[in-house]
Design a protein around this ligand. Structure first.
Ligand code: HPA
Length: 277
């Protein structure tokens, strides 16, 4: 059964985009876009509210927009602002922008997010390349009738995150002298932050970082056959036995600071993607 809304959105964007869709799509997490968009050339801005069939944001002042960017000579389509389960969006809406960009012709997606560090060796303020994920949201974007033209009913998830893109991110970070950890990202629905007992459980389950996004988009992207890179900005340490009180304000403030480091990495990584085709 064909999914109509991602197709409607993709058709509209294709008609309005000033140049062909770039192969790479970047999904920018909370407060993470400012530094990158400051340093890249913004060729075009499309507010989400202009795009038919796109979900509507619930947060005032965070309407979201699609940006056509050029970094050096490399074009990239950036989705600034995403739809979260905790806002009440159904899983299909959370992944609709990623699906629309694949239908437009994009081949790979870079998912960024703010996350709490569960691994005690990972410092707040550092970046983590996601090597695998645990979906504990209790939801899947693939529930319901399968659109066979998008992907298979039972897609393989043995390698959600592309090892060659992780290697490229590591090589780029090393070249820039930036610290880039590697680890497993665990996705929860939120919006409440974790209790110490939950944090202890998530660490025992094998996760290095925890957040409220990314896992559904990664599942949808693999269903679509896209190559996925995930980068977490570790905004806080989330340790059960010395749990510090945290707030969304503190997380967003740290996200803005880490966003500058993430921006540096992406400014060099995105042009380097041209060489891996
Ligand atoms: N928990 C869940 N989500 C988050 C966190 C956290 O500690 N930090 C940033 N996003």
């Amino acid at each position: 059964m064909p999914l109509t809304r991602p197709r409607t959105a993709a058709r509209w964007i294709a008609e309005h985009l000033h140049q062909p869709t770039p192969p790479t799509v970047l999904v920018l997490g909370s407060g993470l876009g400012a530094s990158l968009t400051h340093h890249a050339k913004v060729l075009q801005r499309i507010p989400y509210s202009d795009i038919p069939a796109f979900p509507r944001t619930t947060a005032p002042g965070h309407a979201g927009e699609v940006l056509l960017l050029r970094i050096n000579h490399t074009p990239v389509l950036a989705l600034c602002g995403r739809f979260h389960l905790y806002e009440g969006h159904p899983p299909h809406d959370v992944v609709l922008p990623v699906r629309a960009t694949k239908l437009l012709g994009a081949r790979r997606v870079i998912l960024t997010n703010a996350a709490g560090a569960l691994n005690p060796l990972f410092a707040a303020g550092s970046l983590m390349a996601i090597t695998d994920q645990i979906n504990l949201t209790g939801k899947s974007p693939l529930t319901g009738p399968n659109d066979e033209t998008l992907g298979p009913r039972f897609p393989d998830m043995s390698q959600v995150y592309s090892p060659r893109l992780v290697d490229l991110a590591l090589a780029t970070a090393t070249r820039l002298g930036l610290r880039l950890e590697r680890g497993v990202y665990l996705g929860v629905a939120g919006p409440q932050l974790e209790t110490p007992a939950e944090t202890r459980m998530y660490r025992i389950l094998g996760a290095d970082a925890i957040g409220m996004s990314t896992v559904l988009e990664a599942i949808a992207a693999r269903h679509l056959g896209m190559e996925v890179l995930g980068i977490s900005c570790l905004t806080n340490q989330n340790l059960p036995d010395c749990m510090a009180e945290t707030s969304i304000e503190a997380i967003l403030a740290q996200a803005a600071a880490s966003g500058a480091v993430l921006g540096q990495l992406l400014l060099h990584l995105i042009p380097a993607l041209e060489d891996v085709s």
